[in-house]
Design a protein around this ligand. Structure first.
Ligand code: ZN
Length: 187
């Protein structure tokens, strides 16, 4: 399996990232508060749907060609096939709110995602976020101070990998504020 769901089908020591949020192993089902209603979500199925979309994108020449322009010069398919990618969700450290949690974070081959993607019915957001994070695995900088266009190299992968609608040029270092109506962790 190129993708491992830590806590569901893989065990792994969570990466230490020294931020005000942390990587947390997944649970097969999790309950989220969506617009005030607790919704039980099949987390494994949500990831599998997104992974299927990413795998399909990795068959596309244009997407792979873009990945080959990134510092490691490997295609998206290469990134997926070169070994496991470990997946988690992100949660705030004690004393912080969900507002400190970014959309996703990459540490080596470990990727953590915002729980809003797990609570969403649409696998496209999670799939495109994984593409962005896999671009970091392919060498795109995470340094938001890097000169343009390098600072946008990961996000630009969306334009080449069937995710244009989700492209955000202000994505660099972006953190979602959790406002009313945005799903938050229920328990
Ligand atoms: Zn990024």
């Amino acid at each position: 399996m190129p993708f491992s769901l830590v806590g569901i089908n893989a065990n792994r020591m969570v990466p230490s990232i020294f931020k005000n949020y942390k990587y947390v192993p997944l649970e097969k089902t999790m309950t989220f508060n969506v617009n005030g209603t607790p919704v039980k979500v099949d987390v494994e199925a949500r990831f599998n749907a997104a992974i299927a979309l990413v795998t399909a994108k990795a068959q596309k020449g244009k997407c792979n060609d873009y990945f080959r322009t990134l510092p490691r010069k490997v295609s998206l398919l290469d990134v997926i096939n070169e070994g496991p990618i470990f997946l988690y969700y992100l949660a705030p450290m004690k004393g912080y709110g969900e507002d400190v949690v970014p959309l996703a974070n990459t540490a080596g081959r470990d990727i953590g995602v915002n729980i809003s993607y797990l609570a969403s019915n649409d696998p496209n957001g999670l799939a495109c976020t994984l593409v962005h994070e896999l671009a970091h695995v392919a060498g795109a900088t995470t340094d938001k101070e890097a000169p343009a266009p390098e600072n946008l190299a990961a996000e630009t992968s969306l334009l080449h990998c069937g995710c244009s609608k989700l492209f955000q040029k202000e994505s660099v270092g972006r953190i979602y504020r959790i406002d009313t109506g945005w799903p938050s962790r229920y328990v």
